[in-house]
Ligand binder design. Sequence first.
Ligand code: IMP
Length: 200
Amino acid sequence: MAKLKIVLATRNRDKIKEIKNVFKDMDIEFLTLDDFKGFPEVIEDGKTLLENALKKAREISKFFNMPALSDDTGLEVEYLGGAPGVYSARYAGENATYEDNVNKLLKELEGVEWDKRKAVFKTIVALVFPDGREFVAEGANEGHITTEKIGTEGFGYDPIFYVDEKGKTYAEMSLEEKNSISHRARALINLKKIIESELF
Ligand code: IMP
């Protein structure tokens, strides 16, 4: 079989590193959107992570006529009825920064006791081929939302997502440690198993 080439439908360097790391022992060449001059801006207007992940992978795959891998992630906070969920990227507004979103979440949970600060990070990954084949996998990680930012690593909600099984936030972990247990790593490992059995 010719070497599998996959376009990553993301420009987030942290995610690209995470993805390449999970698949490093497989004979796959990953291209990123930075390897191309033009690419379509995909509007993430789905009502679920699955809809968004599939939309991104389908549009990028169609545009480049190559297999495309995308992911969509949401942070679901129990006390907030699952919010921000699929709206995690724009929780504090359309052009919100990571910091805006983190501050808003801390504010929404002000005074809420620890036991009610339960949260789960969920990721859906989708690999779509130009011939229409689609593979989807999910990963999750449970934790609590801290009352203040702790740690300096990572991105997004990492400083306030306390991973129960590790006893620290994602932002207190090295990339390797986060990659060994993160919601996205788990989704990617599940996808890897599917690819290994279906394609190789
Ligand atoms: P996306 O679907 O991966 O673009 O992520 C949606 C939102 O969740 C963005 O605001 C990201 O910052 C946040 N997010 C996604 N993955 C992570 C993560 O691994 N740690 C912290 N925040 C994340």
